[in-house]
Design a protein around this ligand. Sequence first.
Ligand SMILES: [Zn+2]
Length: 592
Amino acid sequence: MADQPLVHPSPDQRQDALVVTGAAEHNLKSVDVELPRNKLVVFTGVSGSGKSSLAFDTLYTEGQRRFLETLSAYARQFLGGLKRPDVESITGLSPVVAIEQKTVSKNPRSTVGTVTELHDFLRLLYARAADAYSLKTGEPMVRYTDAQIAENILTRFEGQKLLLLAPMVRGRKGHYRELFEQIMRQGYLRARIDGELVELEPGHRVDRYKVHDIEAVVDRIVVRAQDEARILKSVQTALSLGKGSMAVMAMDGGEPVHFSRNLMCPTTGLAYPDPEPNLFSFNSPYGACPTCNGLGKVAQVDPATLVPDPKVSVKKGGIAPLGKLKDNLTSRIVEAILVNHGIALTTPAGEIPEAVMGEILYGSDKDVKLQDRGGVRGGSVPFEGMVAAIVRSAEKAKSVPLRRWAQSFMHRVTCPSCEGSRLKPVSLQFKLGGRDIGELGKMDLLDLAAFLETLDGQLSERQATIAKAPLKEVRARLGFLLDVGLGYLSLDRPTRSISGGEAQRIRLATQIGSRLTEVLYILDEPSIGLHQRDNRKLIDSLCALRDAGNSVLVVEHDEDMMLASDHLVDIGPGAGVHGGQIVAQGPPDQHF
Ligand SMILES: [Zn+2]
């Protein structure tokens, strides 16, 4: 991500100028213009004068067209052709990147963090350097080498008789007959099943419908200093059978003590896999909160939409998704619930007791006894409630109109499992400076930058070393975003909720971070909506892009931007047919 290839100018280019001859796109009147390269150039003029025709419809379009021509014919057939702009010649044109005021992405999985790649670097940082904590007890997770485990046993249990246990199953259902056979084939005849020591025999099995913890008893040892080598060997046997985890337990009872080569909770033995960057990505199944699939929001039935008018009776359609009572099963069930509670069908929905309405909306554990009808006994039916039926239709209905209809009774709320962080619980147990990556996403960028500044002092020497490279990248990119006045955004902000101007400044910051050179950047009115102070920062950022070896062309009315330019081009004099000519050009202090 950090190492983008440099873009080299083609050999026929003059190194110092971009020369346009006979530009006649839209209202341009065969414009000839020579623009200095590697400078900040501003096109100004009244609205409709032809600034954008020259900047975007001529220079940008031609730049893109030339780029497409460098691709194979095979690739081009998928991309389609671009019409050559109406211009006689353009020389000295670098690869062009337009930084426009378009919203970045409508995808709900796209956030400020993902489009700026800051999230990627933070994920790397957390995977490498974060401290892990137990999901069950909150204690720091530990990991040991084989020798450390043996040493630990020697010092903590000297003189005691111990069982060495290899965990095989943790909190899962099944009869595990094959597993017991496999354990016995390896020569182990005892196991600890759900906390009980058991002699295994052929055909051993446990209740398949219950959740079990199973550990194989790998060895019995007496802890004596002179047996260190033997203890280490037994530890390694237990670790290999237990896939990196093991436990020891005093033979006369007591709680087992857990050890692991992996991250492990010292009290419960809960182990985590070594974290990969994916564990911190809400766009990966390894990291996404399973409740909301990484979206941070879940759809919930909105009770207010179910009973829109409390004055309307159930019979007349007081429960909106049900409508007027009809001769279908759901209507008969709702009718039966009311009648069974002695409530008239003509009672306004708002006057139905809460408990009865609760039964209609959320069901009950008792079957509903239907009314007899025409001499036929009604019988009893289970009822899940209107809400569950709506949720099911909204998620699973095959018919699109039915799904839409069900969704109209739902609204999106912050996911209760991840509280909007989009990540699964384990992912949030990895912390740097006491904070998980979800908390970082919620901070505004100014606070995030301040937090990262304090982080160095809170890292161990080992952490500081491995965190150095990703942290440097995060700080630099964050700095570019602050420079363009976006310090109030947060990384978890969905890009579909940001304005075109914000999106443009995010792109600008990302481009500065990409460290390309020899590029012509074209921007349309980037100072729109900016405060004076932020406008100054924006201008500084554009100058930084220029000083990195790029040409920057800005279409702009803002006076500060014009004064800051190296070369100002006034296009006009009027709009439409009255414009399309270069009125004046040169350094701003000389000509304006
Ligand atoms: Zn969630």
